[in-house]
Design a protein around this ligand. Structure first.
Ligand SMILES: [Zn+2]
Length: 487
């Protein structure tokens, strides 16, 4: 069961960091090569044994069940702890989480929602799977990411302040997890943070910093101030992969559970819809899907679709620009010139380009790219994109608004892996308007026993858009995450 070795490397520049270096969270070349997409990713060079279901321990705690896949576990072993030490630490932390927030980590439910499927017009034989994260620690999937980070930290790191920029589920999860670990959290929040969240953060003992937008500054001021804190020695206790690549592996446990639940129910799924803000949820699911493809193929590889709001869809823009280059390459045309940090379409044009009539056309192109994935045409563009982030991803120009306010990040930090997974699986980015987001939210509450926020049900808006575009075949099953409980 012991892997041959692990390492951590940058997706963008290829720099390797020692797997047991618990002080490096972001690529060291990030500042000197800003045009490259730097994000540290853990890699295991191992046999497939760690991915075999028969090898998994019969535990409902994902950090126990999947521990052999987690770098945090191997760091503990490397620091001369035993397997039993690790399990005792998980049990102790889980007890603390339950005392603070009412629950520790346990496998979250996967249900087949027939009433909801019927309400959105799916065929009776089509299954709509909902993975319900609303009763996870701190009410969303965010705690998975941060608990995964925590397990990677050394004892010395626990004495430093933890820093996060968030005013929603990520901050609440960070506050609960850091309190369970006895660490101190600094939270960077906007001036209009929800009072209920602010009160809860204070009750959990976090220190709050209110961040105003500075004249001429591009990007989220809370995020920029949290980066300052990290420069001054704080631990980036964040769900944003480029700042802390280790945040992805805890999030992967969500998709590991999903795949195992499909397996246990003898089911397969053709479309997975994931709502995207900063991108950690989608990135970790994409990574888990890549591992599954490599080690333990699913009977059907689901198309990996993403859902953003019309308020801000930087991921869809990045996807569009990459597809434009791939299309040119596949047809032997000249490489189109892309201007850095500047779209060749206005926001309105880009939004109009994502109307529902475009969905079928996008799927045809996605099929074409999926079947050409290994070709030089596609791979050369993929490699070009990771080295030229500035041509594909930059902060959204206008301040966005939506009922799904938890996915209004002006930049999709983990965009690259997500776009690659869409391209590789034949998925597309969906851009949902407010009517669809409201409908998804209302139907989730009316037709299921789950009570997600509008952000938490946003993936369903993508299913509704696809159904309206007649882009789901009647034998195809679909899956969404409901994550982020209504507060
Ligand atoms: Zn790098």
């Amino acid at each position: 069961m012991i892997p041959q070795h692990h390492y951590v490397s940058c997706t963008g520049c290829g720099t390797r960091v020692h797997a047991y270096d618990s002080t490096t969270f972001a690529c060291p070349n990030r500042d000197c090569m800003p045009e490259v997409n730097h994000i540290l990713q853990k890699k295991h060079v191992i046999t497939s044994a760690l991915w075999q279901r028969s090898q998994l321990e019969d535990s409902r705690n994902p950090f126990v069940r999947y521990r052999h896949r987690l770098l945090g576990y191997h760091r503990a072993l490397n620091a001369h702890h035993t397997d039993i030490d690790y399990l005792e630490r998980i049990a102790q932390l889980d007890g603390a989480l339950a005392a603070i927030d009412g629950t520790g980590f346990t496998e979250t439910p996967l249900t087949v929602e027939t009433g909801l499927a019927e309400a959105i017009g799916l065929d009776p034989q089509q299954k709509l799977f909902v993975k319900n994260e609303t009763h996870n620690v701190a009410g969303s999937h965010k705690a998975r990411h941060l608990f995964g980070v925590l397990l990677n930290l050394s004892k010395e790191a626990l004495k430093k302040p933890f820093a996060i920029a968030s005013c929603g589920n990520a901050a609440l999860a960070a506050a609960v997890v850091s309190k369970a670990a006895g660490a101190h959290l600094e939270v960077y929040i906007p001036t209009d943070a929800e009072p209920a969240v602010v009160e809860r953060l204070k009750a959990l003992g976090a220190t709050l910093h209110i961040c105003e937008r500075r004249e001429g500054e591009l990007g989220d001021p809370c995020y920029l101030r949290s980066l300052d804190a990290v420069k001054n020695g704080a631990i980036p206790f964040t769900c944003q992969g480029p700042d802390n690549g280790l945040t992805i592996e805890g999030g992967q446990t969500l998709a590991y559970e999903l795949f195992d639940q499909w397996h246990a129910q003898n089911q397969s799924c053709h479309h997975l819809f994931v709502q995207v803000g900063g991108g950690a949820l989608a990135s970790s699911s994409a990574q888990a899907l890549a591992e599954a493809m490599h080690h333990q193929p699913l009977p059907v590889l689901p198309r990996f679709h993403t859902v953003q709001t019309r308020g801000a869809f930087p991921l869809a823009r990045a996807y569009d620009r990459i597809v434009k280059l791939i299309d040119a390459r596949l047809h032997g045309l000249d490489f189109p010139t892309l201007r850095p940090y500047e779209d060749d379409m206005s926001v309105e044009q880009r939004a109009a380009d994502h109307d529902s009539a475009s969905i079928s056309q996008r799927l045809i192109m996605a099929d074409c790219i999926r079947s050409a994935w290994d070709s030089t045409a596609v791979q050369s563009v993929i490699r070009y994109a990771v080295a030229n982030k500035h041509l594909f991803m930059w902060p959204w120009e206008s301040a966005p608004h939506s009922i799904a306010h938890g996915i209004l990040d002006d930049e999709t930090y983990d965009w690259y892996n997500i776009v690659c997974t869409m391209l590789r699986t034949g998925g597309i980015p969906l851009v949902a308007d407010e009517d669809h987001l409201e409908l998804a939210h209302r139907l989730a509450h009316e037709k299921t026993d789950i009570t997600p926020s509008a952000t938490g049900s946003a993936g369903l808006a993508g299913v509704i858009l696809m159904k309206e575009a007649h882009a789901l075949a009647e034998f195809e099953n679909v899956a969404v995450y409901f994550t982020g409980i209504e507060r």
